[in-house]
Design a binder for this molecule. Structure first.
Ligand code: DON
Length: 540
């Protein structure tokens, strides 16, 4: 009896992808997907759709979609132009490295995760507007009107929406309810009319600063008025003939992903098979080494120098590879950041993927960090504020909420952006668009994107299976390999333990939303993560 049951849990994640000839939108909430598809149907491009989806998710997926947080948008236009828009939150100017420490130098619990002291200056409104003005073809009002309508008229809560809302502070929302958000509708209406000024210099900033001051926060009008977005050069690397475009610092995502890919590129995963003993061993060991580097060397490039070229150098990849034993786990205590000491500084999330009929592609990952962020809504603004400050190093050596043990390059400074793991990624082959992907999941985001890519490129899975497949994760510290149910056979687990691995089952994580273009037909194949059942991949 046990065996068929086990097999059922191991195999029931297989499913066919969505297939559409011209355009595809994949998000973790079906109302938001429909908003994006409508924009594309009416002739908007992928960036227009991304802006409309960004605002729609702020209404229908408020755990994660947001205007109270920040993130990254990766754009690749069909003519090959690439843009990486950094709208990551910034620390308030009054923030200092010891913000969350008591007088003995110990981290005060919850200060960086709950309440106004946890809040960074949000970037989403300015980021979406920058993308729209640079690449969009539609007015702000037109792209925001579907979100405003969903907030004003309400939307039907599905069973998995209700599950997500269970962790929302101060509300009881059930499946079958129609959820209306009048305050949020008013806030969005103001932004539609006045643009980022309403948010950064007008009534919305004033409401947030007033609430922050009333609750021991340190946000000021100057923090809002000086907020800016960046356009950064994306990280590039190749893997088995595919070219990756991914997130540069202040995200660690692209650098860490490419460092892992460099280390594992000579291994024959296709022959070894998905989550076989060898595939797991070499992937996990590469992850261990790359996360040690991530946690030590990376930080906001406006404040610290990031040794990106050194970390992505092929010889460095070979050096790390040579340090992997063929038959033993390397204890993390023996893995030091591989560049040695180098010169010091010089100076709950969601992801969605869109491809339009012209072949323009957008990957966005944006976040308020924890589910429902810092758990606070300022006055009657109607939206949750982020707790992104927890992504900084509160104290070197002390893990943050994702268990990441980070260093001083990611220390807290006024105006600095906390190091992120968000990894919106676009893949091309021979100069043609091949794949668009990304996921939430905190420090695990990088390995989620890695496994989604490997599942397609190394193991030949369709994109729906690639996002569904049970995951494995290692981040240097803690020295534990996490896995989802069904990731390994019993025999593989026994072998891994015999090699010295500590294994830990975690029920599930992440929400990958991916598109693959069939190289022969150009058909858009969409995969929405089974872990967020309200998600939808569709198009036309
Ligand atoms: O930027 C980061 O890496 C995190 N703030 C992302 C948080 C996240 O993915 C939460 N969702 N599970």
């Amino acid at each position: 009896m046990l065996l068929p049951l086990l097999l059922a849990t191991v195999t029931n994640w297989h499913a066919a992808p969505a297939r559409e000839p011209r355009a595809m939108v994949v998000t973790e909430q079906h109302y938001a997907t429909q908003v994006g598809v409508d924009v594309l149907r009416h002739g908007g491009n992928a960036v227009d759709a991304a802006v409309a989806v960004g605002y729609a998710l702020a209404v229908v997926d408020p755990c994660c979609g947001n205007i109270g947080g920040g993130g990254f948008m990766l754009v690749r236009m069909h003519d090959g132009r690439e843009r990486f828009i950094d709208f990551r939150e910034r620390a308030p100017f009054r923030a200092t490295p010891s913000l969350y420490l008591d007088k003995h130098g110990n981290v005060i619990p919850n200060l960086s995760t709950k309440g106004y002291l946890a809040v960074g200056v949000p970037g989403t409104v300015m980021g979406l507007e920058r993308a729209r003005t640079e690449f969009g073809t539609r007015s702000r009002a037109a792209l925001m009107s579907p979100a405003i309508k969903l907030a004003k008229d309400g939307y039907l809560i599905g069973p998995d929406d209700a599950r997500v809302y269970k962790s929302m502070p101060g509300d009881t929302i059930k499946a079958g309810d129609v959820r209306k958000q009048r305050d949020l509708a008013a806030t969005l209406t103001l932004i539609a009319r006045d643009g980022p000024n309403a948010f950064y210099r007008g009534p919305i900033a004033q409401a947030i600063v007033a609430a922050s001051s009333a609750h021991h926060g340190i946000l000021s009008m100057k923090d809002f008025a000086s907020y800016y977005t960046n356009e950064l050069t994306p990280v590039h690397c190749s893997y088995r003939g595919y070219d990756l475009i991914s997130a540069p610092p202040p995200s660690s995502g692209g650098v860490t992903l490419c460092e892992i890919l460099n280390v594992i590129s000579p291994y024959d995963f296709a022959r070894w098979g998905w989550n076989s003993i060898q595939s797991a061993h070499y992937t996990v060991e590469a992850e261990r080494r790359a996360y040690a580097d991530r946690n030590t060397y990376l930080g906001d490039p406006s404040f610290v120098q990031n040794p990106v070229a050194q970390l992505l150098n092929a010889r460095y990849g070979a050096k790390l590879r040579a340090s992997i034993s063929t038959n033993r786990a390397t204890p993390s205590s023996q893995v030091d950041p591989g560049l040695g000491p180098i010169a010091h500084e010089n100076a709950q999330t969601t992801s969605f993927s869109i491809v339009d009929s012209a072949g323009n592609a957008v990957a966005v990952t944006y976040t308020i960090n924890d589910s429902f962020g810092a758990g606070v809504i300022a006055g009657n603004t109607g939206f949750f504020l982020n707790d992104e400050m927890d992504d900084f190093t509160s104290k070197p050596g002390v893990p943050n909420m994702f268990g990441l043990v980070q260093g001083t390059r990611n220390d807290i400074r006024g105006g600095k952006r906390p190091l992120s793991s968000m990894t919106p990624t676009i893949v091309t082959r021979n100069g043609k668009l091949f794949m668009v992907t990304g996921s939430p999941g905190g420090g695990r985001i990088i390995t989620i994107v890695l496994s989604t890519l490997q599942n397609v490129i190394d193991y030949g899975m369709n994109v729906q299976d690639a996002v569904n497949a049970p995951r494995v994760h290692m981040q240097w510290l803690p020295d534990v390999v996490e896995y989802e149910p069904g990731a390994f056979s019993v025999q593989t687990m026994q072998q891994l333990q015999a090699m010295g691995y500590a294994l830990k089952e975690v029920s599930s994580w992440g929400s990958a939303q991916a598109i693959v273009i069939d190289p022969k037909t150009g058909v858009r194949l969409g995969g929405t993560d089974r872990r967020r059942p309200e998600g939808l991949a569709t198009g036309f």
